[in-house]
Design a protein around this ligand. Structure first.
Ligand SMILES: [Zn+2]
Length: 239
């Protein structure tokens, strides 16, 4: 059994419901690797072996140790016996979307990937912190800080979600990056890496957790006619 744990849905971010609905303390009970964002879309969260990092809108990486910090959306997992070692001589989004996705037969499954090594080029975005009344994720990402760097050693962590679930999470790859020296990171828009090593696993279960005590979550209207396109536009990569 290998589970991906998802707290809330990415739809809540599109619907501008950006208040945190789970604490880090609770989230880490469900996985020690993962990604997400904090209340008000306050940066990009990367969780590596229970260490929680936030890249804020200035590009600064902060080590978060206050376990009462809350997140409106997050995905985590604990590596299981299904995890396989992975080596990629050269990788970018094109490889992950095409040859890799075909070889691993990802079409209808959720999967996790971790890749460490030296990256020739990395481009990330960082969601800037919002104040109430919150705008939607889509509006925020139209004006988001973008950072890029070259020749950086670091880790990619993230997930693949099947098209079928594209209304509740970002279909395809959703990857975050953190450099080893903790000077650079964010939500991955494009990358080129060589001699990468890491791991990969396909999940046979999805634990979808809902913030049922949040009245906004319970009461808000979901616009299904525009949802999928809004998720793709706000969470997509660039190459
Ligand atoms: Zn992200």
């Amino acid at each position: 059994m290998s589970n991906l744990f998802e707290h809330s849905t990415i739809e809540v971010l599109i619907a501008a419901k950006l208040d945190g609905t789970i604490t880090l303390e609770e989230l880490l009970k469900h996985g020690n690797y993962g990604l997400g964002t904090f209340t008000g879309l306050d940066g990009e969260v990367i969780i590596l072996d229970n260490d929680v990092y936030q890249v804020d809108q200035t590009g600064t990486v902060n080590h978060i140790t206050d376990m009462s910090t809350t997140l409106p959306f997050a995905s985590v997992h604990t590596p299981s016996i299904n995890e396989q070692p992975l080596k990629l001589a050269k990788a970018d989004f094109t490889l992950l979307n095409q040859a890799f996705a075909t070889e691993k037969n990802l079409k209808n499954v959720f999967a996790a990937i971790k890749l460490h090594g030296t990256f020739n080029a990395v481009k990330v975005r960082v969601a800037p912190k919002q104040e109430k009344p919150y705008p939607s994720l889509l509006a925020v990402t139209k004006n988001q800080p973008i950072f890029d760097t070259k020749d950086v050693t670091g880790t990619i962590i993230g997930y693949y979600a099947p098209e079928l679930f594209g209304n509740v999470t970002a279909a395809g790859w959703h990857l975050h990056f953190l450099s080893d020296d903790h000077q650079f990171g964010g939500h991955l828009l494009s990358f080129v890496g060589t001699d990468l090593e890491g791991s990969f696993e396909v999940f046979d279960g999805l634990e979808q957790h809902f913030p049922i005590s949040d009245p906004e979550f319970r009461n808000h209207e979901i616009d299904l006619t525009t949802l999928k396109a809004a998720i793709e536009e706000s969470e997509g990569f660039q190459d």
